[in-house]
Design a protein around this ligand. Structure first.
Ligand code: 6PG
Length: 236
């Protein structure tokens, strides 16, 4: 396991932004483009603010999301809205390079529209290879919007599906495991002592059944970026 632990949340954010920029520069150097899927929630906001100041050729960066809440962009719950404020409004990224999930649509229509967007960018058929998927982690072991006991964790037939989350009484749109695991690199970005127990299970247990345990990129390139609090229960 490729696990990096940083002393403070600020260092985690700075270092994570650096690793994303580094991955992007390498992708652009090798293939002329960087296809990045961002996660939502609260943890990555500080990272996105640092990423906005990184040295990256944004004209060659294509931004996707690993999941979205089924709300309009202006809703405070919107992952797109959070990313827009923290990152996209601060960098010279062409509008055509921003591949948002249209959370304002009905869930099934939003998922279908996002699948079309992905096909338009990567070409239809097969499993597209994102250069990097950034993921968060919930205390229940969910990642993206792959929540325990929900339909989406069973879906391997589509790259993206709508998913009702009873726990939140909310519809989501999420990438499925085949799409996530087809990425060249996956980074879990996790902070806070409230995540320490789930981090310990996912990194140390070989028999975890938590949704995040099924994130196993075919490339084998899985990286954990943690602050000290989230890593506090890991065996040294
Ligand atoms: C979302 C995320 C979700 C998130 C975790 C952690 O849309 O909420 O994609 O998977 O990463 O719930 O969220 P926090 O960073 O807010 O703890």
């Amino acid at each position: 396991m490729n696990v990096h632990v940083f002393d403070t949340p600020e260092q985690l954010a700075t270092e994570a932004a650096g690793k994303i920029a580094e991955t992007g520069a390498a992708a652009i150097g090798e293939r002329g483009t960087f296809a990045l899927a961002l996660s939502g929630g609260s943890t990555p906001r500080a990272t996105y603010e640092h990423l906005a100041r990184a040295n990256l050729d944004w004209a060659k960066v294509h931004v996707f999301w690993s999941d979205e809440r089924c709300v309009p962009p202006a809703n405070p719950e919107s992952n797109y809205g959070m990313t827009r404020a923290a990152l996209l409004d601060q960098v010279a990224i062409p509008a055509a390079n921003i591949h948002r999930i249209p959370g304002e649509l009905e869930p099934a229509a939003a998922a279908a529209a996002y699948r079309d967007e992905i096909d338009a960018h990567f070409g239809a058929g097969g499993i597209p290879r994102l250069d990097l998927v950034l993921l968060g982690l919930g205390e229940d072991g969910h990642t993206a919007s792959l929540f325990p006991g929900t339909e989406a964790v069973k879906r391997g037939d589509e790259l993206v599906v709508e998913n009702f989350v009873p726990l939140l009484d909310q519809w989501r749109v999420t990438m499925t495991y085949p799409f996530i695991n087809g990425a060249r690199k996956v980074i879990f970005l996790v902070g806070g002592d409230h995540k320490a127990q789930v981090v310990k299970e996912l990194i140390e247990s070989k028999s975890s059944r938590l949704p995040a345990s099924a994130v196993r990129p075919m490339s084998g390139n899985l990286v954990w970026l943690l602050d000290k609090a989230a890593a506090s229960l890991l065996a040294n």
